[in-house]
Design a protein around this ligand. Structure first.
Ligand code: ADP
Ligand code: MG
Length: 291
């Protein structure tokens, strides 16, 4: 590899908004044959909105007041959506104490002497709660590619809130470019299967893994490398840092968190997935010039 041609390639990539932070990433990028994409903030905009509020007793404002009471302490994109809706509906947010965020599960705190939990079904069921009474509402949410978040106070299930995130307008086209370049594309997400399936179908991805806990995303990367793939991981969140570091090439979406950016070898400054096929094409051209 002549330093000169690598420099030219790095400069070219920068013109496309792909900042190469590790020198050898440019050469490795051309060998990528599997791209693993995070869902939230990577394929989707990362700014979800509330689509449905369904309270068991019909009191939607109380549901939002408690949910927002928890989420006001959270930095997750889902929290943003719930707080925006609470504000829009002018509900007065409850003061919840002892807030805790549980990665890949949800959030919890204390209110009126009870533990209040907001999160996914798997977690609430593990806590001994049944959310079966909300099946119909939850299905309506996942059918629209939304994420159902269940709220419970103590052992009482109060309702479900649907939160959905739009796919970035150019994600589908960028994924098609990867396919056309002979690259396999896969999505990993902590979201439930039905929602993951709906988003994957919309984005044109045939392979996905749902309900992957943040710490297990890196394991999926290692598993696929073990199968012989040269793997790129693309993510934006604080949760994605270990997976980005585990990949042959980690791409951080520049609009994501600092932690993700530090763990990645390439930062995509434009927030668009097109940066991935751009970098791969530039790498292939650069390496061809070297040999
Ligand atoms: P993703 O892979 O889509 O970025 P995460 O691993 O961050 O997802 O979260 C996985 C799931 O955990 C979410 O779909 C949600 O059900 C639950 N969860 C995580 N954080 C929160 C939160 N702040 N409020 C409610 N639910 C949450
Ligand atoms: Mg995430």
């Amino acid at each position: 590899a002549t330093p000169m041609s690598v420099m030219v390639g790095v400069g070219k990539a920068a013109e496309y908004g792909a900042l190469i932070r590790q020198g050898d990433a440019l050469q490795t990028a051309g060998k990528i044959d599997l791209v693993i994409l995070d869902k939230t903030g990577t394929i989707t905009e990362g700014h979800p909105a509330v689509t449905r509020v369904h309270a068991v007793d019909g009191d939607e404002n109380r549901l939002l007041a408690l949910a927002a009471g928890l989420e006001q302490h959270s930095e997750h994109p889902l929290a943003e959506a719930i707080l925006a809706r609470a504000k829009e509906d002018e509900v007065s947010v409850e003061a919840v104490n002892g807030f805790e965020a549980l990665n890949g599960k949800g959030v919890q705190g204390e209110f009126n002497g009870e533990t209040v939990r907001l999160g996914n079904r798997r977690w609430l069921e593990a806590e001994g709660l049944s959310v079966d009474a909300l099946n119909e509402a939850a299905q309506a949410i996942t059918r629209e590619a939304g994420t159902p978040l269940f709220l419970a106070s103590g052992q009482q299930v109060l309702g479900v809130i649907g939160v959905a995130d739009a796919i970035k307008p150019d994600s589908e086209a960028a994924i098609r470019r990867l396919h056309d370049a002979g690259i396999k594309v896969m999505m990993v997400t902590g979201d439930v299967d039905a929602t993951a399936k709906a988003i994957a179908a919309k984005a044109g991805i045939d392979d996905y893994r749902a309900e992957v806990l943040p710490e297990d995303k890196a394991e999926v990367v290692s598993e696929m490398r073990g199968k012989g793939y040269t793997v790129a991981m693309v993510g934006d969140g604080i949760n994605d840092a270990p997976a980005l570091a585990a990949a042959d090439v980690g791409f951080a979406i520049g609009t994501g968190t600092d932690v993700a950016i530090e763990s990645a070898s390439i930062t995509l400054m434009r927030g668009s997935l097109h940066g991935v096929p751009d970098a791969i094409e530039i790498s292939r051209a650069t390496v061809k010039n070297i040999h």
